[in-house]
Design a protein around this ligand. Structure first.
Ligand code: K1U
Ligand code: ZN
Length: 171
């Protein structure tokens, strides 16, 4: 088991755009496994390679209660979206800050699995939210970028001021 360092804002490396993975090598499989370990330890329900300073299109997630349903998405691409939902989001790269973000309610995702096989997934609810959040990371976007300038500034101020303990929700 290997735990990776998670970058936090305002680290500029979080703004890097990730490159597609050309081949699912043993190195990519090891990175996916280390990212899952890191996500479970954080704890979180998702993690993008960007957040651990690896700039390839790789995302891991597990939304199950028992933390026994790991998902790995390689080169994930949203090919259809519909509807709208507002969900409270958090981010391991923006610790202690939570805010409501508007995203598509239903999406279709195309990706490669760990065997290099093309897959399609239809998702809604929290699964769709989390996928959109993680794909944003691969594009160098964090969820604060979806907020108004004022709310973003408030969040960053709160984060800097209170690198302390209590989680805060930005309304
Ligand atoms: O990308 C990340 O930083 C992970 C992030 C994913 C996410 C959460 C909520 C909405 C959208 C995307 C997190 O996992 S934050 C932590 C979190 O949500 C959580 C932690 C422990 C138990 C349950 C949830
Ligand atoms: Zn995040």
């Amino acid at each position: 088991m290997a735990l990776l360092n998670i970058l936090t804002i305002p680290d500029n490396r979080l703004k890097t755009v990730a490159k597609p993975i050309e081949q699912v090598t043993d190195n990519i499989k090891k990175l996916a496994s280390d990212m899952l370990d890191t996500m479970y330890a954080a704890p979180g329900i998702g993690l993008a390679a960007t957040q651990v300073d690896q700039h390839v299109q790789l995302v891991v997630m597990d939304l199950s209660e028992e933390k026994n349903q790991p998902m790995v998405f390689i080169n994930p691409k949203i090919t259809a979206r519909s509807g709208e939902q507002i969900h409270e989001e958090g981010c391991l790269s923006v610790p202690g800050i939570y805010a409501d973000v508007k995203r598509a309610e239903e999406i279709t995702l195309e990706y490669l699995d760990l065997n290099g096989q093309q897959q399609t997934l239809n998702a809604d609810g929290l699964l769709a939210v989390c996928i959109q959040h993680e794909i944003d990371h691969l594009k160098g976007i964090v969820f604060l970028d979806h907020l108004s300038v004022l709310k973003r500034k408030m969040a960053i101020k709160k984060l800097t001021k209170a690198a302390e303990t209590v989680p805060v929700k930005v309304d």
